[in-house]
Design a protein around this ligand. Structure first.
Ligand SMILES: *Cc1c(COP(=O)(O)O)cnc(C)c1O
Length: 333
């Protein structure tokens, strides 16, 4: 259904219980400071900011990069456009230039073509945001060269570049790329600890010291200043130390689910399965709601991604037995 449903493991809970804490609004929580330093170092940036959610890190990024009458270029399936309650308009008061990409991905050429001319009657293009992996694209990913091409367009036109890397680690275990290679392309990067990494709460926004100083103010005004949240940061440190490599297993399992779905007559298309997400587009006669009802009856959970698309996600709380059961049930339906 979603890798957001994961529960902390016993070892993670132990790390949380023994974490030293302080008041992070004063910058005095040693565990949060350690997490922020760890993550900024990983991505080769000066600073990072621990936030309650990936929606908040993305929304803060829009606010630090954009002013009124400016716009962000993103793919039409982007989380910042689709799934953040229209926050780009509410929080950043910006315009959005939507690109119809392929499975969530835009090309450098498409981005360059979308940049507005400097006329009074046009919003000013200021930011490009990409998502990796692409959630609504079906877990597809940009390769490093593809992202580098877009970075070059941003550089040429003096645009800021943001990465919604909610599931970036699922990509890195597939490609073998380094976090620092990805970090070097962007002004800001958002990562989530509460998806496949299995922490209960938390995302980080990564960037220069100047941008993150600004981000701290936006976090506060959005109500995201937390106190002894080192308990949560400890789970994040644990996840980064112990739950990254195993994401490969989630990706491999998703591919197995994709294969089984591909053989079903009621499935019109399985979007390319590249990481831990599987989205199946169903035939006209079977709605997502009806298929999910049938899956739920058999204790399998999935979510609708539109009227005829169903999303399955693998994660660390799924056992071998659960996988076998799910594959068997899907095969027989
Ligand atoms: C989950 C997700 C987010 C952030 O979601 P929260 O639930 O607010 O943490 C951002 N972008 C993408 C692509 C996501 O999948």
């Amino acid at each position: 259904m979603s890798d957001t449903v994961t529960r902390p493991t016993a070892e993670m809970l132990e790390a949380m219980m023994t974490a030293p804490v302080g008041d992070d609004v004063f910058g005095e929580d040693p565990t949060i400071n350690a997490l922020q330093e760890k993550v900024s170092r990983l991505f080769g940036h000066e600073a990072a900011l621990f936030c309650p959610s990936g929606t908040m890190t993305n929304q803060i990024a829009l606010q630090v990069h954009l002013h009124a009458l400016e716009e962000v270029i993103c793919e039409e399936n982007a989380h910042i456009y689709q799934f953040e309650t229209g926050g780009y308009a509410h929080n950043a008061r910006c315009a959005v230039s939507l690109i119809k990409g392929s499975y969530g991905k835009m090309t450098a050429r498409q981005v360059e073509d979308a940049i507005k001319m400097p006329h009074d009657w046009l919003p000013k293009t200021r930011l490009v945001s990409i998502e990796n992996s692409c959630n609504k694209g079906g877990g597809t990913y940009y390769t490093l060269p593809e992202a580098t091409d877009i970075k070059e367009v941003c550089h040429k036109h003096q645009l800021r570049f943001h990465l919604d890397g909610a599931r970036l680690f699922n990509v890195l275990v597939e490609t073998g790329d380094q976090t620092s290679e990805w970090g070097s392309l962007f002004d800001t990067v958002s990562i989530c600890l509460s998806k496949g990494l299995g922490a209960p709460v938390g995302s980080l926004l990564i960037g220069s010291k100047a941008l993150i100083d600004q981000a701290r103010r936006f976090r506060k005004v959005m109500g995201g200043g937390m106190r002894q949240a080192g308990i949560l940061a400890a789970a994040g440190i644990y996840a980064l130390d112990h739950h990254v490599e195993r994401l490969k297993e989630d990706n491999d399992r998703a591919k197995e689910i994709g294969k089984v779905l591909n053989e079903k007559g009621f499935v019109e298309n399985v979007r390319p399965v590249q990481t831990n997400i599987v989205i199946a587009d169903l035939v006209e006669s079977l709605t997502a709601a009806e298929y999910i009802r049938q899956l739920n009856e058999r204790e399998i959970r999935a979510v609708a991604m539109g009227s005829h698309a169903v999303r399955f996600v693998t994660h660390l709380n799924i056992t071998d037995e659960m996988m076998e059961y799910a594959l068997e049930v899907i095969r027989k339906m």
